[in-house]
Design a protein around this ligand. Sequence first.
Ligand SMILES: *[C@@H]1O[C@H](CO)[C@@H](O)[C@H](O)[C@H]1NC(C)=O
Ligand SMILES: *[C@@H]1O[C@H](CO)[C@@H](O)[C@H](O)[C@H]1NC(C)=O
Ligand SMILES: *[C@@H]1O[C@H](CO)[C@@H](O)[C@H](O)[C@H]1NC(C)=O
Ligand SMILES: *[C@@H]1O[C@H](CO)[C@@H](O)[C@H](O)[C@H]1NC(C)=O
Ligand SMILES: *[C@@H]1O[C@H](CO)[C@@H](O)[C@H](O)[C@H]1NC(C)=O
Ligand SMILES: *[C@@H]1O[C@H](CO)[C@@H](O)[C@H](O)[C@H]1NC(C)=O
Ligand SMILES: *[C@@H]1O[C@H](CO)[C@@H](O)[C@H](O)[C@H]1NC(C)=O
Ligand SMILES: *[C@@H]1O[C@H](CO)[C@@H](O)[C@H](O)[C@H]1NC(C)=O
Ligand SMILES: *[C@@H]1O[C@H](CO)[C@@H](O)[C@H](O)[C@H]1NC(C)=O
Ligand SMILES: *[C@@H]1O[C@H](CO)[C@@H](O)[C@H](O)[C@H]1NC(C)=O
Ligand SMILES: *[C@@H]1O[C@H](CO)[C@@H](O)[C@H](O)[C@H]1NC(C)=O
Ligand SMILES: *[C@@H]1O[C@H](CO)[C@@H](O)[C@H](O)[C@H]1NC(C)=O
Length: 484
Amino acid sequence: MASYRFLLLSSLGSLPLALAHPGLNIVRAANTTSVGPSVASNATVPATATAPANVTAPPVVTYSTTQAHTPFTGVPTTTGALTAGPVGPGIAPQGINPTATTYPSDGQLHNPQPGPYIPAGGVGTNGETPVYNAKSDFDYESLALALYQEYIELDLFHDGLARFSAEDFTAAGLTAEDRFLIEFMADQEVGHATMLTNILGAEAPRQCNYIYPYTTVSEFLDFCQKLTRFGEAGVYGFLSHLDSREAATLLTLSITTEARQQMIFRQFEGLFPMPVWFEVGVPQSWAWTLLAPYISSCPENQTRLAWQNFPALSILNQPNPVRINGAEAWRETISNGTNALNSTAVPSSQTCLNSDTVGVDCSPAITHNRTNPLSWPGREVYLSWEAPGQPVGPNNSYVTSTNAGAPKYVAWVTQLNVTYSELTLNGSRAGSTIQPSVETYAGDPAINGTVFIAITDTDLYVTPFNITMLNPHVVAGPALYQSG
Ligand SMILES: *[C@@H]1O[C@H](CO)[C@@H](O)[C@H](O)[C@H]1NC(C)=O
Ligand SMILES: *[C@@H]1O[C@H](CO)[C@@H](O)[C@H](O)[C@H]1NC(C)=O
Ligand SMILES: *[C@@H]1O[C@H](CO)[C@@H](O)[C@H](O)[C@H]1NC(C)=O
Ligand SMILES: *[C@@H]1O[C@H](CO)[C@@H](O)[C@H](O)[C@H]1NC(C)=O
Ligand SMILES: *[C@@H]1O[C@H](CO)[C@@H](O)[C@H](O)[C@H]1NC(C)=O
Ligand SMILES: *[C@@H]1O[C@H](CO)[C@@H](O)[C@H](O)[C@H]1NC(C)=O
Ligand SMILES: *[C@@H]1O[C@H](CO)[C@@H](O)[C@H](O)[C@H]1NC(C)=O
Ligand SMILES: *[C@@H]1O[C@H](CO)[C@@H](O)[C@H](O)[C@H]1NC(C)=O
Ligand SMILES: *[C@@H]1O[C@H](CO)[C@@H](O)[C@H](O)[C@H]1NC(C)=O
Ligand SMILES: *[C@@H]1O[C@H](CO)[C@@H](O)[C@H](O)[C@H]1NC(C)=O
Ligand SMILES: *[C@@H]1O[C@H](CO)[C@@H](O)[C@H](O)[C@H]1NC(C)=O
Ligand SMILES: *[C@@H]1O[C@H](CO)[C@@H](O)[C@H](O)[C@H]1NC(C)=O
């Protein structure tokens, strides 16, 4: 039934070519000289290029579509995140760099132009040949995390198609054409994994084995919608911090595709496709915390990651999008962390899937209005979280941890803003809070769509470019809150 496409990693092309052109000819400008033998496909060569026609396209990574999807039962051969000593005390705030505020920003040019139509400045604009590689540990670890994400998406989209029958999809309102779109999205992941592997080189992480919590098409769609949300947000969090502007450029061109996937899964789920003005970014350790529980095992010698796994956070009254009144849900999730919906917990009289009433109908569509909102400012949200020290992730070889003090706040990380609400504790690892009312700009409620929440020990002021400074204060989470 399933097809394999094999390729030995060692045959990924000569290293200099891979480094200079990991995305191959998609990055070649029309008038530049090609490096090495041309391997362009017709579709990616600009009209003015002189590449010969009909040459073979570059090969893709090795992957399988018949993974086992069984839990790991063995004993890890190694434990904990990758480290390199000596490990410092953390990053202290430095204040504003004086040169950050010297540009007049008055609409005039302030420096001689290097050439006609070329304003002075920019990074990577001086004519140096771009090299599409990792340039620091930060780059490698961030890109390797993104590669772990691409591989799970590749497996996940195939798994949904394999696990559920055409009849199951039809009953969920999805046609053969919709299933082909899911298959196409899986193929996109092959390309993304190949590009990142070419950037990282021989030790790039490989495809693992995965385990998923869903048992119905609705649960699969919601799980995909949430997994692509943290895949996308996890990349936005580090993209502009990469030392390698070249790698950032290619990654931007893949993550914009991922953003489209996330929106399509929202539409498959009958949700309003984009109820926000801005998409959020989160730190790498947040994405890794959400991703790791679904990786059961990785191959021998798999390259490990340096990121933190925080204790899992559960939303007890996570809004359930397949309920007519989604906010009424109580313990209707199939997982913590992602807090994906449980569709079998919803009585048939309460499901919105089979309705054709506008405002209730939540079958697949370009867009739907919901008469009953999934959440609103002032809603009380009930939470519980795990103690640190739990084994998690590939081969149970990572361990959850926190460096924070006592739990005091819930951080709501949405769009452009990090907002805090006070946590009312109920026991040592449970509590409740009130969904805050906050707008990015007038007219855009910040909390809508699939947002990130975390338990923190303080209400540290952070903004999208320094949100990672919050990590030492995270007690548990993040969890994905389905606010709209
Ligand atoms: C484009 O290539 C031609 C032929 O090599 C060269 O003469 C010309 O200067 C190039 N133009 C630019 C803008 O690089
Ligand atoms: C390119 O491939 C097409 C289809 O296989 C073939 O008809 C054509 O002759 C090929 N062109 C060249 C230049 O080899
Ligand atoms: C490449 O271009 C040639 C000539 O136009 C065409 O015959 C061939 O089908 C194209 N191949 C692909 C893969 O698009
Ligand atoms: C993880 O477990 C699998 C299955 O038991 C094993 O084949 C693999 O070598 C292990 N990976 C590591 C990195 O220990
Ligand atoms: C793993 O690494 C060890 C030591 O470098 C090597 O002997 C072994 O062949 C590697 N195994 C695989 C599957 O690559
Ligand atoms: C989903 O809900 C059903 C019905 O309440 C329950 O039997 C099942 O265990 C739940 N699934 C998970 C993964 O919690
Ligand atoms: C959808 O919701 C918007 C905003 O609440 C409202 O203005 C519009 O009339 C609604 N449209 C329909 C068809 O329900
Ligand atoms: C979320 O966005 C949808 C679509 O615009 C809107 O109908 C809903 O009221 C919003 N929810 C909140 C809490 O603002
Ligand atoms: C999180 O999920 C794990 C595995 O399903 C479960 O054992 C644990 O109780 C859950 N934690 C919370 C806080 O719900
Ligand atoms: C506190 O937790 C207990 C046990 O889970 C629960 O029965 C109770 O309703 C909770 N109280 C509040 C105020 O949330
Ligand atoms: C939300 O973020 C925007 C953009 O940075 C900022 O102007 C606004 O003040 C923030 N709102 C709050 C309540 O922090
Ligand atoms: C994060 O950046 C904002 C400016 O955007 C600054 O006011 C704040 O102090 C910074 N937070 C930390 C923890 O450095």
